[in-house]
Design a binder for this molecule. Structure first.
Ligand SMILES: *[C@@H]1O[C@H](CO)[C@@H](O)[C@H](O)[C@H]1NC(C)=O
Ligand SMILES: *[C@@H]1O[C@H](CO)[C@@H](O)[C@H](O)[C@H]1NC(C)=O
Ligand SMILES: *[C@@H]1O[C@H](CO)[C@@H](O)[C@H](O)[C@H]1NC(C)=O
Length: 243
């Protein structure tokens, strides 16, 4: 009901300016795509080629529903599938946080954007299909390093998802994937890019032994998802000197 109301509002406030098809095409948002890090799912786009000055954007999203989709409803009827993202209805930013609208992480979603400039409104431009579980990028773990006797001890913590339990604590990414940590040692005397893989596994506490005392060692850690064969970037470098 609300979405129909919005549609009417939209249609009334921005009557279709026909004969302006060229401009409509020129202000149409481009490169509409989801960016997703640890299930923080944000729709991004770029202004159309002729989008200058005062331009505002309108965002909708939907769960892809293959059956209804194939029936091929006319667009106005398909309105029941597309939902307005109220926080991104008439915005100037070129991104829209859809994390909470795409929280069924195994479902495929679409997002779409249209723009309005000087009373002319563009067509919708739609993202490709986005399935959070398949497409999110995972971040590196947080790393805590303590020097030990000729060794260093690492405590690793997987990134959190944006989702919370009833009591408000964040749900870790380990809730959704079997994660593997890859620990790389950088001996300061070596070249920075000379990373040596010293541990690969699921332990949250890792000890690296047989190190020289009073020599500075640095580590970086990446998260690896075996199921998707995908790795995160490296954590920022953490250094310490074994005792
Ligand atoms: C958006 O529209 C333009 C043409 O108007 C097209 O080239 C582009 O590929 C479309 N799709 C996305 C996702 O940006
Ligand atoms: C460190 O290890 C050496 C042998 O590897 C041992 O002799 C020494 O007592 C250890 N020191 C501490 C503080 O544990
Ligand atoms: C998603 O990431 C952006 C940028 O880091 C942040 O501002 C936003 O609050 C995040 N969204 C959620 C729902 O956590």
């Amino acid at each position: 009901m609300l979405s129909i109301l919005y549609y009417l509002l939209f249609a009334v406030s921005f009557p279709l300016v026909s004969g302006n098809q060229e401009l409509q095409e020129l202000i149409k948002p481009q490169k509409v795509e989801f960016h997703s890090l640890n299930f923080n799912n944000t729709l991004h786009w770029q202004p159309g080629r002729a989008a200058t000055g005062d331009i505002i954007y309108f965002v909708q999203y939907k769960v892809s529903c293959p059956l209804a989709y194939q029936v091929g409803h006319p667009t106005w009827y398909g309105q029941s599938l597309w939902k307005n993202k109220e926080e991104c209805w008439g915005i100037r930013e070129v991104f829209c946080d859809l994390t909470h609208e795409t929280s069924d992480i195994r479902e495929p979603y679409y997002g779409r954007v249209k723009s309005v400039s000087a009373g002319v409104h563009s067509d919708w431009n739609t993202s490709s299909r986005f399935t959070p579980w398949r497409e999110t990028k995972i971040g590196p773990p947080s790393v805590n390093v303590t020097p030990r006797n000729k060794s260093i001890k690492l405590k690793l913590q997987a990134p959190n998802s944006p989702y919370t339990r009833r009591r408000g604590s964040k749900i870790s990414m380990t809730n959704y994937y079997d994660l593997v940590y890859r620990v790389f040692l950088i001996n300061n005397m070596l070249e920075e890019k000379n990373k040596k893989l010293v541990y690969e596994g699921t332990d949250k506490v890792v000890k690296i032994e047989d190190l020289k005392p009073e020599v500075s060692y640095c580590v970086v850690v990446a998260t690896y998802l075996p199921v998707l064969d995908r790795s995160s970037g490296y954590s920022s470098k953490t250094c310490t000197v074994p005792l």
